[in-house]
Design a protein around this ligand. Structure first.
Ligand SMILES: [Zn+2]
Length: 277
């Protein structure tokens, strides 16, 4: 099983999962249809299906064009708002495309119909993959746009956190550098965060993607998967996992670069009349 990582739009990823024996493929969030079809052609594969993580524009905008261009194509997803949806899937539903297996993992919170997809190949020693959309990012997690901290805690710890640790994580956006800058503020002593941030900066300089990571790695540096860690609890001032997660996400929503933060403080001080002289 080969996964092609395709950087698109400003910071999105779409993916092509290829069964190298049968030369058949499935796409994940193919938001640039013509680019995808060029790659399908170049790889000499036939496209069977689209897996859609959630209904946001940067993940679904290619679905309808691809349906027109590829006869018999199916579009899977967990939300009626997904453009071109042909097959609505439910939690733990399994799909099979010859030797490629997909388990749909319902992960509502970023959106109410968000699905992650756990993918593995029959009789193959390759690590499995999980396509996490805007639920789990490298070094971070998605915004709670349509859900609660309780739901995200369940998604991260029970649904994704219990997958095999060697599972490769393919997420919906390249947010790694910014996520790790925040992670470093949360855990300033975490060597893995420092290492990973340096690596992510180098990848960014070379214009290379930081996906995939593995779940094992995420547990080492992603604060959203380290809710019981002492430094993470200290940063949030909480110990209950739901509360730790709620505060982390809120802090991340407000997280700016230090320079911006200083400017913000100056502006706030001016507003309060502290800098009037
Ligand atoms: Zn989204």
């Amino acid at each position: 099983m080969k996964v092609k990582v395709i950087s698109i739009l400003e910071d999105n990823y779409m993916y092509l999962v290829i069964d190298e024996q049968t030369k058949e493929a499935i796409a994940v969030d193919p938001a640039l249809p013509h680019r995808l079809l060029q790659i399908v052609k170049r790889e000499g594969v036939s496209l069977l299906a689209i897996l859609t993580t959630h209904h946001h524009w940067g993940h679904t905008r290619g679905n309808e064009d691809l349906l027109k261009e590829v006869p018999g194509l199916r579009v899977y997803g967990g939300d009626d708002r997904i453009k071109g949806l042909t097959d609505k899937v439910t939690n733990c539903q399994e799909l099979k495309f010859n030797s490629i297996n997909v388990r749909c993992l319902f992960t509502p919170c970023h959106t109410t119909g968000h699905m992650c997809y756990f993918v593995w190949e029959d009789d193959c020693s390759d690590s499995p993959a999980v396509f996490t959309g805007d639920t789990l990012f490298i070094g971070g997690c998605g915004k709670f746009l349509e859900g609660t901290a309780e739901q995200m805690l369940h998604n991260l710890t029970e649904v994704l956190g219990t997958l095999p640790k060697d599972t490769k994580v393919f997420c919906g956006h390249e947010y790694t550098k910014k996520n790790l800058k925040f992670a470093l503020m949360v855990e300033p002593e975490n060597e893995k965060v420092k290492e990973m941030l340096n690596w992510a900066k180098a990848r960014d300089d070379d214009d290379k993607p930081t996906v995939p990571s593995t779940l094992l790695e995420e547990f080492e540096y992603n604060p959203f998967l380290r809710l019981s860690n002492e430094a993470v609890q200290k940063f949030t001032g909480k110990t209950d996992p739901v509360e730790v997660l709620r505060v982390l996400r809120k802090e991340k929503d407000n997280f700016k670069k230090p320079k911006d933060r200083a400017t913000l403080h100056t502006m706030m001080a001016m507003e309060w009349g502290l800098l009037q002289s």
